[in-house]
Design a protein around this ligand. Sequence first.
Ligand code: BGC
Length: 424
Amino acid sequence: MPPDTRRFRQRRLLTAGLAAAALPAARAAEVSLQVLHWWTSPGERRAADVLVARLAEEGIRWRDAAIPGGAGVGAGKVLRSRVLAGDAPEATQMIGATIVEWADTGLLLELDGVARGGQWAQALFPEVLRGVQHRGHVVAAPLGIHRINLLYVNLALFERHRLAVPRQWDDWAAAAQVLQQAGVVPLALSREPWQVTTLLEGLLLASGGPVLYRALFSRLDARAAADPRFAEALARLRLAKAWAGADLTEQPWTRALERLRSGSAAMMVMGDWAKGELMAGGWNPGEHFACVPVPGTAGHHLYSVDTLTFFARDYAQAAAQERMAGALLAPALQAEFNRAKGSVPVRRGLDAAAMDACARESYTLFARGGDALVPSLAHRMATGESNKDAIVAELHRFFVNDALPVAEAQRRLAAVLRVLAPGG
Ligand code: BGC
């Protein structure tokens, strides 16, 4: 359908959708939408159930299509094959650059009227709003902001070994050494490529700061791969690998987190959905565990934003999809969902006092904007899906092969970036 006709149809449907959204819940006809997502751990499920319950109050039934696999590695593949088979889900979890990639195909429903009606331009953080736009149109409904550069510490173990929560690399390395000598595994870590990348992202941010980070992972600048600060981050990744000891297998993030909780490992680096998971299990930040920035990254927010997008298909569900998109931004839903998820709301100007300390820091830092914000590579914020996969594969090759010199890994990544860089 030519874009103009499509816009016109979208506008007509939108009017119908907003009219329905304005009706009291009891009078709006019940609608039902299938939602594809990857929130399958107990904590994530609890957060998804908040959406299910709140949307039900608005007469919107959530039909669940959950695909297991941390960071949506499985869900992304299922989504692609379903779209190719002409069976796109009506709503789907999507992140960062993949929103743009899918919007480029012209298959996503535009939500401009919903955004106007809900005053998203005023309500949302500018970075969040930018992230859900494509060629001037809003194409996704944002749900929450995750912080990725976080270190979790089992406080009972740290107290037993009289250790302070590390803030800089040297304290971190020293604590790991004390724990190792006492026979405690310092770091819960999985060999899964996206989890290894999560750790490397934090280490690179600490060693090289946001400028080098963006040069490598957003601008794909091959020259940046030769930077000695990148070499330092790779060397530290190798050291951290040794902290994981013999437990280093390819396991889901929930299994690694369980090792932190049970005390069979003392620390873990992971996005703040891990905080949601720990809290769902009755563990409180500051009491059972510390949740602090990856040492050396305190002023930075390595972020990803969860959103839902809506495949337009034949527009038969457009009014229902618009109702769902609008409802997701309701302040009460935002607060409840993000509390359960471990993330923070996408709406600005909120009182952070009611948030836990970890969320408060995340929210305040995100509100600062500018250079404090650094897009996550592993979670598709820095660059698109296939670029991300190529970089992650190269980092993973270095991680699994202890015989590969750091300098060689730098050269190999530079070669990959040269191919990937726009016009490269
Ligand atoms: C998503 C989170 C999810 C995490 C673990 C991230 O990519 O943004 O919502 O909890 O993956 O699967």
